[in-house]
Ligand binder design. Structure first.
Ligand SMILES: Cc1cc2nc3c(=O)[nH]c(=O)nc-3n(C[C@H](O)[C@H](O)[C@H](O)COP(=O)(O)OP(=O)(O)OC[C@H]3O[C@@H](n4cnc5c(N)ncnc54)[C@H](O)[C@@H]3O)c2cc1C
Length: 559
């Protein structure tokens, strides 16, 4: 009887869930032979593409084709804490940045690894599920129709669809963080419990909330494992997309009304450039015929750069690898959708002015997995995570970052061939403001450790002994030290955006207008992270969903 409980039951649950997904998770509108034309063609079934496909096909009046380069995600993409494992699969575009000049000194070749989801659900299927809409001032300089107040109804719709779950204050570490916020009580500063898009302990992405609901609509076709290589123009009007099927054959599909690009912050500007829309001198370099000169395609790239700070704990209240890998946790997850695997271990987020922290309640780090997904040198990894060899170590990690960085990078072509990756150069920390802003975030993290409940839990901040910084006084209040730390160990937070910036029609920084139409041509819109004019003081995924909801209203003229 005991044997059944501990070993066999979890295995039976796991097998059943795999079989269930295999037989019932397959939609009927996945097609192998698409029609010659559709009213709307959507490129990319990621966070935004799933919303657009669902909303445009809702009325049944228009035919819609959704084209996705990847296929289905593996079953474990639904397990929140398993998200990093997906970065080792072929469901990841696995991009890398150009070697960075001002940052990433503790990373191999000074390159950041840049995962992006490839498959139905896109990056929303591999992300860490944190939900946020930022703060009202983030939207202050956005074009007409996109202020915080304008977006509020769409935020509400998004929250309803996305099943937002708040971390419970019953968890001791979460409670300490929550109470630290009350104790610090400072103007423009708040610490809140993390909010995730989770349902019954499983990932809840726009794939689940939107595309799944459109599964059986006859007017929606989905083409998977198919790569859109080019938009085909007749003079200045987009008429069709050129695609490459999985077996390598090429084809064209016509759009009766419009083509909507939802390929994300890297692939959308790349596709525009390959189609002849972008800075003419750049296109000429690759002998791409210029359809329309549009200066800013690929510019304005931004992200948040996270500095990890390890905090040791005397009390056993954090997540450790040992606790995670116990059979009882696996059982709890598969039997009840609860326990450690049902969470992302991110317990809270904090903000002070333009500086932010993320509170990750895990004390031990799996070196073989985390070092490689971060592309850290072994020495950097071990200096930052002193518990790298101890799977029982109690502790947590603060990720400190500048929420409104001023540095801007760009995405350009690596070649004129669609299968070559774009060149991604975020130029992190090019602007010194970002370092001072991150310093404030690090000091907010330190302030929390001086509050009563954290002190009672026995917190000890770890100061990394990095070769690059050991000539400086190792103290988090020393700006020279945190500058060096940030430039050595800062890691992407995967919040890329801005490369096809939305603006008013006469704004010379804009690639799309306030109706999300690509400026200078007809029949192409963009709806994805690339249109964000500026960073979100938080996380972008839910904002992109709300923007896609509004975009669908604009397209169908419901408003
Ligand atoms: C590891 C990770 C963790 C993150 N954590 C969080 C978080 O906790 N909270 C948060 O808010 N945000 C998070 N983000 C960011 C967030 O997930 C992204 O900002 C968001 O998913 C971007 O949505 P998108 O629609 O612009 O692009 P994507 O979701 O990336 O979708 C683009 C889709 O287009 C497809 N595609 C691209 N080019 C083509 C082509 N030529 N032909 C056909 N298909 C194509 C891609 O395969 C993909 O499916 C994280 C991201 C990552 C990678």
């Amino acid at each position: 009887m005991m044997m059944w409980n501990i070993f066999i039951f979890p295995i039976v649950c796991l097998t059943l869930s795999i079989l269930y997904n295999y037989y019932y998770g397959t939609p009927i509108n996945i097609v192998e032979n698409p029609a010659n034309n559709y009213d709307y063609i959507i490129v990319g079934a990621g966070t935004a593409g799933c919303v657009i496909a669902s909303q445009l096909s809702k009325s049944g009046n228009a035919s819609v084709l959704l084209i996705e380069a990847g296929g289905y995600f593996k079953w474990f993409s639904s397990v929140p804490l398993a998200a990093p494992l997906l970065q080792g699969t072929d469901a990841n575009w696995a991009y890398q940045t150009k070697p960075q000049t001002f940052s990433s000194r503790g990373l191999r070749d000074q390159k950041q690894f840049v995962p992006r989801g490839k498959g139905l659900g896109g990056s929303g299927q591999v992300n860490y599920l944190l939900h946020s809409f930022g703060i009202p001032e983030d939207y202050a300089n956005w074009p007409v129709g996109w202020s915080y107040a304008d977006l509020l109804p769409y935020f509400k719709r998004t929250e309803n669809a996305m099943v937002v779950t708040t971390v419970s204050v019953k968890e001791e570490l979460a409670r300490a963080f929550h109470n630290a916020g009350i104790e610090i009580s400072r103007e423009n500063t708040s610490l809140i419990l993390a909010r995730h898009t989770l349902k019954n302990g499983a990932r809840w992405s726009s794939y689940n909330a939107y595309l799944n609901k459109a599964w059986d609509r006859e007017n929606l076709h989905i083409l998977i494992n198919t790569f859109v290589t080019k938009i085909i123009f007749d003079k200045l009007t987009a008429r069709a997309v050129q695609i490459q099927h999985q077996n390598g054959t090429m084809d064209q599909i016509k759009a009766n009304r419009e083509i909507i690009l939802c390929g994300g912050a890297f692939n959308t500007p790349q596709l525009l450039l390959l189609s002849g829309i972008g800075p003419a001198n750049e296109l000429k370099k690759y002998r791409i015929p210029v359809v329309s000169h549009l200066e800013k395609v690929g510019e304005n790239l931004f992200d948040h750069l996270n500095v990890p700070i390890y905090i040791g704990l005397k009390t056993p209240v954090s997540v450790t690898l040992n606790k995670l890998m116990s059979l009882s946790e696996i059982f709890k997850y598969y039997a009840f959708g609860s326990g450690l695997l049902a969470s992302t271990a991110i317990l809270g987020t904090g903000i002070t002015g333009h500086s932010g922290i993320v509170f990750f309640g895990m004390g031990s780090a799996d070196e073989s997995l985390l070092k490689d997904i971060a592309n850290y040198h072994t020495t950097t990894f071990r200096a930052i995570f002193p518990s790298y060899a101890n799977s029982k170590q109690e502790g947590f990690i603060y990720l400190a970052n500048c929420l409104q960085p001023k540095s801007r990078g760009r995405v350009t072509l690596g070649s004129s061939h669609f299968s070559d990756p774009p060149i991604i150069d975020p130029r992190y920390l090019q602007n010194d403001y970002d370092v001072a802003c991150t310093h404030k975030a690090i000091n907010l993290a330190m302030d929390t450790l001086r509050t009563r409940q954290f002190m009672e839990l026995g917190v000890t901040p770890h100061i990394p002994n990095l070769d690059e910084c050991n000539h400086l006084k190792p103290d988090y209040s020393n700006l020279e030290f945190t500058n060096c730390l940030t430039r050595t160990a800062g890691l992407t937070s995967h919040h890329f955006g801005g490369t096809c910036q939305m603006g008013n029609r006469h704004d010379n920084r804009a690639v799309v207008d306030e109706y999300l139409r690509v400026i200078g041509v007809n029949g192409v819109r963009i709806v994805d992270a690339s249109i964000l004019p500026s960073p979100i003081s938080g996380m972008p995924n839910s904002v992109i969903i709300a923007m896609a909801e509004r975009a669908a209203d604009i397209i169908t003229k419901i408003k």
